[in-house]
Design a protein around this ligand. Structure first.
Ligand code: ST9
Ligand code: FAD
Length: 612
């Protein structure tokens, strides 16, 4: 058996029993994908994920891609290439695409459920196949000729990259120095060095289209002066057939030697050093940062899903180990030398850690899928020529939580999962050490956690004066205040209290922000708390979603459901206990976080540099 332990049962429970996707699939915009088809897709992808995709991920970690500095090429291991082919031959990359691009027009929530399976088994592979998403953006924003290029990218499975980062421009994308000069024929020549570019060079495809932010000569500073250019690795001699022309002047001048996610080729790309790097402006407008954010938003969701997926398999590996590892006696038998040795699952500390891991793993999955249902609403409205403003605002609000909170909690909880295996967890015989290495990147790329926290507060909360947050919190409160149903009454009360605390925390940050209009330094009180607010909101939402799951499980238990089925009964018991434990152990901590946020701090910003 490979490293990847999927949790299809929980995926389906969350999608159908909790989030009601059975009422949505097979109707309206999603008429082509009924519930049965969706379940069949998930089962099929799961089969591929646990075997071939999973094995290739481990193999490529041990034998990573190789850079040839002379040829400036990157070669991936054969087993990885075979797994990639199995994925694309199955047509799974097409799920993300509209029918007009040869895709399956699947509901977003199904796409994200499928993404979880692939990202949990082999995250790098899922990033390489992301070229379809780039084609989608090109189809949406491109000129007529570029829309044909989008179709070529899909049909010929050309790779794609998002190219923002430079040595001096990381979080601060606006510091970008790569320049673009327009040529008499309307094309652009790019010059500069970009670093840390995912899938920047590889041998999975005959061509790679780089989506590059650069500053046209004469354009202003900051992100608003940037434009988005398409720079193919090979120029396209015949746009009708996709016949390739000359090699373009963009080269992988280095392959990064990373902590983890080794199968994903992260490259330094040099543009226009020897021969011109010829690019096209995307669309007809110089609106690069805005256009790039269409890609970034998707990529942030991918990163959050990757984290959730890896934590889930990490937790399941830890549980499996713990059930078999015999060590020590039950604490209650202390002093009794004849007491039987027990599996470590009998130790309260091990149980505490595992139950929290289960809460975070299943809660993060629910957070991703809940956010995906908002994307279902957005897509359904679009198909009817409407805009679902509430769903759009809530999706925007949740993206930094999905990306920032999921990645932080996954990293933290994967450490706890490894701890359950003791010294064995530190060995390569088990997947935990690779999971930790492969997941750490999620808190860094696509905007670090600090950037997500700032995005969450300044852009997603302050800009609409808290309207989207208030709408969401009101919904959570409604759930909390529902008629108390025996077993979950205390947890509902804890949830209601946590909503009050998060509201107060957001208000406190809002008040500091207001004060900063008169007293600019007051904004530092906001800045030291934006990540705190992001994390507290994430904990609150997990408490909410886990409670919703528990309520459904409880209802199913009362109704008899699959009551005679022991696995079904155990699943539901697990759901209820997880929600209760999470509410009791995690939600009260938000009260302290609120107090810390409200405290006026005069230590942090006043400490002189030489005192650190
Ligand atoms: C990276 C890649 O790390 C890692 C892995 C890649 C995996 C690839 C996988 C394949 C992906 C597949 C993609 C599929 C696509 C599919 C699409 C399908 C439909 N939301 O606040 P301002 C915009 S890549 C939306 O003044 P600063 C907005 O236009 C590297 N837009 O910021 C705004 O103007 P306005 C990742 C947003 O101070 C303008 O930006 N690097 C948002 O100028 C300026 O905003 C990073 O992520 C948003 N949330 O710049 C950089 N935010 O306000 C992180 C901003 O008028 N740094 N805009 O609307 C940041 O995000 C900074 O905060 C900054 C600051 C650069 C935005
Ligand atoms: P810095 O911006 O230097 O940040 C350093 C620290 O300072 C961080 O803790 C950060 O949170 C903090 N910080 C910085 N600014 C602020 C601020 N204003 N407020 C508060 N804290 C702040 N980029 C691409 O363009 N395309 C890719 O495909 C891509 N793939 C990547 C793959 C890998 C493996 C890696 C490591 C990176 C990749 N990146 C890619 C780059 C990635 O997006 C950046 O590394 C990331 O945005 C952070 O930038 P930086 O590394 O320069 O860190």
């Amino acid at each position: 058996m490979g490293h990847y332990k999927s949790n299809l049962r929980d995926l389906e429970f969350t999608l159908f029993d909790v989030l009601g996707r059975d009422d949505v699939y097979g109707t309206g915009a999603f008429a082509g994908t009924g519930q049965d088809t969706a379940r069949a897709v998930l089962a099929e992808v799961e089969r591929l994920a646990v075997h071939q995709l999973a094995d290739a991920s481990v193999a490529a970690d041990r034998t990573p891609p190789v850079h040839d500095p002379q040829a400036r090429s990157v070669t991936l291991p054969d087993s990885f290439k075979r797994a990639y082919r199995a994925w694309t031959d199955g047509g799974w990359h097409l799920l993300d695409l509209p029918a007009s691009l040869g895709g399956a027009d699947a509901p977003p929530s199904l796409r994200w459920a499928v993404a979880e399976l692939a990202l949990g088994a082999n995250p790098a592979l899922y990033l390489y196949q992301g070229f379809t998403g780039f084609a989608r953006v090109l189809d949406r924003l491109g000129t007529g000729e570029q829309r044909r290029l989008a179709r070529l990218m899909v049909d010929r499975q050309w790779g794609a990259t998002m190219v923002l980062t430079e040595p001096e421009a990381g979080s601060d994308v606006g510091a970008c120095r790569t320049r673009a000069r327009q040529q008499p024929d309307g094309t652009w020549h790019l010059e500069g060095v970009k670093r840390f570019i995912t899938s920047g060079e590889h041998d999975l495809a005959e061509n790679i289209v780089h989506f590059v932010l650069a500053r046209p000569d004469g354009h202003g500073p900051g992100t608003k002066g940037l434009s988005l250019f398409l720079v193919p690795k090979f120029r396209i001699a015949d746009p009708a057939t996709g016949r390739l022309g000359a090699r373009n002047g963009v080269h992988a001048t280095a392959l990064e030697d990373k902590m983890g996610l080794k199968a994903s080729a992260t490259c330094e790309l040099t543009f226009g050093a020897e021969e011109p790097a010829v690019g096209m402006l995307l669309g007809e407008e110089h609106n690069g940062i805005r256009q790039m954010f269409q890609i970034i938003e998707q990529a942030r969701m991918i990163v959050g899903t990757k984290s959730a997926a890896t934590l889930s398999t990490g937790y399941l590996n830890a549980v499996e180990y713990a059930k078999e590892r015999i060590q020590g006696t039950d604490l209650a038998a202390l002093g009794d030398r004849s007491a039987p040795k027990v599996p470590i699952t009998r130790h309260p500390e091990v149980r505490r850690s595992l139950l929290l891991q289960k809460g975070y793993a299943e809660g993060l999955r629910a957070l991703v899928l809940y956010t995906a249902t908002l994307q279902d609403r957005i897509a359904a409205a679009q198909a009817e020529g409407r805009t679902d403003e509430e769903a759009t605002a809530r999706n925007d609000l949740l993206l930094p939580v999905v990306k920032g909170y999921s990645s932080e909690r996954a990293c933290e909880q994967l450490n706890h999962a490894l701890q359950i295996l003791g010294g064995a967890g530190y060995m390569k015989d088990f997947p935990l050490e690779q999971y930790i290495r492969d997941t750490k990147i999620d808190t860094l790329y696509e905007g670090t956690t600090a950037i997500q926290g700032q995005d969450f507060f300044f852009r997603k909360i302050a800009r609409d004066q808290g309207a989207a947050l208030d709408g969401l919190l009101t919904e959570v409160e409604k759930e909390a205040r529902q008629e108390a149903d025996g077993a979950l009454a205390a947890e509902r009360a804890l949830l209601a209290e946590a909503v009050t605390q998060v509201r107060a925390m957001a208000d406190a940050l809002g008040a500091y922000l207001l004060r900063s209009l008169e007293e600019p330094a007051a904004v530092h009180q906001v800045g030291r708390n934006t990540t705190r607010l992001l994390m507290a909101t994430g904990d609150l939402l997990l408490g909410w979603l886990l409670l919703r799951q528990a309520a459904v499980a409880q209802k199913q238990s009362h109704a008899g459901g699959d009551g005679r089925n022991a696995a079904g009964r155990a699943f539901r018991l697990g759901k209820i206990a997880t929600a209760r434990f999470f509410a009791q152990e995690v939600l009260p901590l938000i009260t302290t976080e609120r107090a810390l946020a409200e405290r006026h701090d005069s230590i942090l910003m006043e400490l002189p540099d030489d005192a650190w």
